[in-house]
Design a protein around this ligand. Sequence first.
Ligand code: AMP
Length: 580
Amino acid sequence: MEYKPITKPAIEQFAVEPNLGEYDGARQSITWEQIRSELDGHPGGGLNIAYECLDRHLKTNRRDKVAMIWEGKDGEQETYTFEQFTKEANRVANGLRALGVEKGDRVFMFIDRVPECYFTAFGTLKLGAVIGPLFCAFGPDAVKDRLEDSAAKVLVTSPALWEKIKEIRGDLPALKTVVLVTRREEAKPAAGEVLWDDVIAGQSDEFETVNTDPEDYSVMHYTSGTTGKPKGAAHVHNAIIGHYATGKYVLDLHEEDIYWCTADPGWVTGTSYGMFAPWSNGVTSLIHEGGFSANAWYGLIAKYKVTVWYTAPTAIRMLMKAGEAAAKKHDLSSLRYTMSVGEPLNPEAVVWGERAIGLPFHDNWWQTETGAIMIANYASMEIRPGSMGRPFPGIEPAIVDDEGNEVAPGEEGDLAVRPGWPSMFRTYWNREELYDSCFRNGWYITGDRARMDEDGYFWFIGRADDVINTAGHLVGPFEVESALLEHEAVAEAGVIGKPDPVAMEVVKAFVALKDGYEESEELRRELRQFAIGKLGKAVAPREIEFLPGMPKTRSGKIMRRLLKARELGLPEGDTSTLED
Ligand code: AMP
């Protein structure tokens, strides 16, 4: 694969001063190959994410450095040095091998942010198998779709989470073993289930990381589109070059940092930046199992002296709601750099950060498919509040029209990126034609609408499709509609994102009932519970409204655009295809 060069002027312009030293002097430019040469590479000649994040540090004085500080939801604390972490991952790799997992097999994780989640991820990668992290707030149908499509061989979960979804087992012939992590609850394994402790019991803490090719698959993240079931964006080991580079130049990670990424590994930020970027840079990373609370979050920053913090707009808006005084109660002086991703960051939030915690939030943009940050407000750069920033050196984004031609600065169009960067997804699992449809005139089309100003800053406008972004998580309306249609009372369903001051959007469903069913508050509640039971709280509609019928095109397609316009009281636009 040919890589675009990262040029020295670009680095000088964007990167953070202390890192620049390394690039002064002899070097005139930096290329992806040079970035790659800062990694070790597998001794066998290949590239493996786990090797770069763990094994290689054992040859240095980072061996005894803390890699992971874990704080459990009940306040428990555990720390693992790079060596201890590697040994745990080695045990898992040996244990999974004993279960019959081979290179290329898919090992999915449906587990809270406990250390075993991270050991599984790296044990699997060491083995050359592919990880599939799932969000714990998914319900059985959402999990089933993903396990079925990927033909996952092993699922690592906890007894409580497994209980929630185990009805799906019979539909998953490829799923050979369910591993139950009994950190919090006891369990008696049934047929096809094993306890985590038994998987790793007696396993050696030595394991020779498999010499994967840079193009071997490493991680799968399912992401939602407008139509059809979620699609598995498949990434390769080569992506670590992008994680490492952006960890260094966008997250501005330095040896002494204590870094905290608040994202869950169920979403791509939680793997690329919750695991790979910090650990490939040899940096100490804080993992917090618990959920959001302003007081707890500030408390964590103060307690662990977090220096670099990567979070998301919904969380920032919730912190804003908690008020400046809540922040001022804590000593947040350790923080030196704060970033945000996943949704548009309101300009007020950038400014609020400065007032409340003494630092502005630096927004950056990327998505599951890009694998790593593409556009950012760098630490050394002047932030333009409301803008996503400027391209990472070596990345070539553009705003293009329907033919894939670049439009003039200031004009709206599709946000596109020139293919060929190391962390780019390589396909949608089993959906090659869908992957092919993402390209136009040599550009990868991201699905976002945006514009670029005269100075090369990119500004987000919205999604080009009906995908809903709720609290930074993408939800496909089709998935929700399909689940509602399984209820006996539902004749038709149309699902939209309804603007929300905190979560940006919430999932709202419009439902038309079958003859013989009456609208009622009780039925509305029942439908919501039904959807939660199938999809989980992360995906199910927050609001349900009954309609006598759906606006449809003459070909029978529900016009979500119209449902949304009506919801917002906006002009209905072109309705020429509307059914009479
Ligand atoms: P995901 O693939 O789940 O990580 O979601 C990626 C999508 O989230 C992007 O395509 C955008 O629609 C949205 N997104 C991510 N970062 C930003 C940002 N900084 N500003 C606006 N939208 C963003």
